[in-house]
Design a protein around this ligand. Structure first.
Ligand code: SF4
Ligand code: SF4
Length: 443
């Protein structure tokens, strides 16, 4: 694709990168077939190629974002299915990240929309605040159907309340800064990103991760100062808060790298993993020594499935005779190109693994997307649930809390992959598995 940015524009590192990306696109349109919003809406402007044209026009002309550009970029899930499909290697993620930042800097959103985005940014990355807000959500959930009206704000409020859990688990002690010693001879040392929303919604995921890794002889450090990876803000175009959160993580982990050393930084929420692996790019033009530190951190970032494969996961329990439908989170399959490893681990653990049809399509979770675009998100959720039900599997496993939350209440027992692997290696039986086995025994 030809571009015509001026010399002055290209002095900005983000514009220079977007120019490079735009020039790799050859307009072939292969990406449209696997884009969830194009598949649902059938509008070229809701396809990757259409968005690329809109973004090019906006950036090249140095114009503030228009309502049309905002509408179509906001509808993008950042699922990155287009990147998997694109034969030319167009780095759509960096392009849309730049567009989102430009939109937030140049576009006046309606006050209610602006307030909602600000609220999400103030709540979700901070576990204590999020837990408090969820307590209100648990109560409000019962009243969601009674909220009058049907405007966009009301629909979003209903979507938020629908996603609130029925009960909030107690905070887990493993979230606190600590060193979890390896059992037996130490074979490795890793830092764990304990995350933000996940530790509130499902603390059992970090507990299973720590149990499993330490049992495998890997010391797990929860460093003081680490927190939200910044992805939620980053995907809303909130550049400064995202960079502040990411910087705190980089400093915390870098101190460990130069201290006792780390073999990996383990991430068990794949949405976060995609962002931490991108820290090197995000900080490439920052002054001082942070760019080098960020590159080191990014190079060590690994999904928990990669770490388990690297250190040789082995189950210790007998084959459970259960079938698992593996739901591939977009951030894992498209963002990190991790496709076979989680399925191989589940098979190694003794499960029969099934893959649903249209496994490349997003479930509609996508960070805050299910709160900001509830209609499209709900359609994708229904489609995903239908495909998962058709597998007739006993359980559904996924490596991302966003997907597990999105698919909750859909009549399927859902469990994080690492919880299944921990169970088969001596950990406690996850409650959804216990329920399935009890039902089977009673039948
Ligand atoms: S990231 Fe996903 S929704 Fe956005 S353009 Fe690419 S395929 Fe479509
Ligand atoms: S598949 Fe790649 S090169 Fe083709 S239109 Fe889409 S982004 Fe451009």
């Amino acid at each position: 694709m030809q571009t015509s940015f001026s010399e002055a524009q290209l002095r900005d590192p983000d514009t220079a990168e977007s120019n490079r990306i735009l020039r790799t696109c050859v307009h072939c349109g292969f990406c449209t077939a696997t884009c969830p919003t194009f598949v649902l809406l059938g509008d070229e402007l809701d396809s990757p190629r259409g968005r690329i044209y809109l973004i090019k026009d906006m950036l090249e002309n140095g114009r503030p974002a228009t309502p049309e550009v905002v509408k179509h970029v906001d509808r993008c899930l950042s699922c990155l299915s287009c990147m998997t499909t694109c034969p030319s290697g167009v780095h759509y993620m960096h392009l849309v990240d730049h567009a989102r930042r430009h939109i937030e800097e140049t576009y006046q959103r309606p006050p209610a929309e602006k307030a909602l985005r600000r609220l999400l940014s103030l709540l979700l990355p901070y576990p204590r605040r999020f837990r408090l807000a969820l307590r209100g959500g648990v109560l409000g959930k019962r009243l969601a159907g009674l909220i009058p009206g049907d405007n966009q704000t009301v629909r979003r409020l209903r979507a938020m309340l629908k996603l609130a859990p029925d009960a909030i688990p107690a905070p887990s002690p493993v979230e606190r800064p600590a060193v979890h010693r390896a059992e037996g001879t130490r074979r490795g040392r890793v830092a764990l990103l304990t995350g933000c929303a996940q530790q509130v919604l499902a603390p059992s995921i970090n507990e299973a991760t720590i149990r499993l890794l330490t049992r495998m002889g890997i010391e797990v450090v929860v460093t003081r100062g680490q927190g939200c990876c910044g992805a939620l803000d980053h995907h809303m175009g909130h550049h400064d808060p995202a960079m502040r959160l990411a910087r705190a993580n980089i400093e915390a982990w870098h101190a460990e790298i130069t201290g006792e050393g780390l073999d990996a930084i383990v991430i068990n929420a794949s949405g976060c993993g995609t962002t931490v692996k991108d820290y090197g790019f995000m900080f490439r033009a920052e002054p001082g020594d942070i760019a080098g530190k960020a590159a080191q951190v990014a190079a060590l970032a690994m999904d928990v499935s990669e770490v388990l494969a690297k250190f040789g996961y082995e189950p210790t329990r007998d084959n459970p005779g259960l079938t698992v439908a593996y739901h591939a989170a977009c951030s894992l399959q498209h963002g990190q190109m991790i496709t076979g490893v989680p399925k191989d681990l589940l098979k190694r653990a003794g499960f029969a693994v099934k893959e649903p049809a249209e496994s490349h399509l997003c479930c509609g979770s996508a960070g805050t997307y299910n709160l900001l675009q509830p209609e499209i998100s709900a359609r994708l959720r229904e489609r995903k649930l239908e495909n998962l039900h058709r597998t007739r599997a006993d359980l559904v496993a996924s490596g991302n809390i966003g997907c597990l939350t999105q698919l909750g209440g859909g009549g399927l027992p859902l469990v994080h992959t690492v919880e299944l692997l921990d169970w088969m290696a001596g950990g406690p039986e996850p409650p959804p598995v216990a329920a399935v086995r009890a039902a089977r025994a009673a039948a």
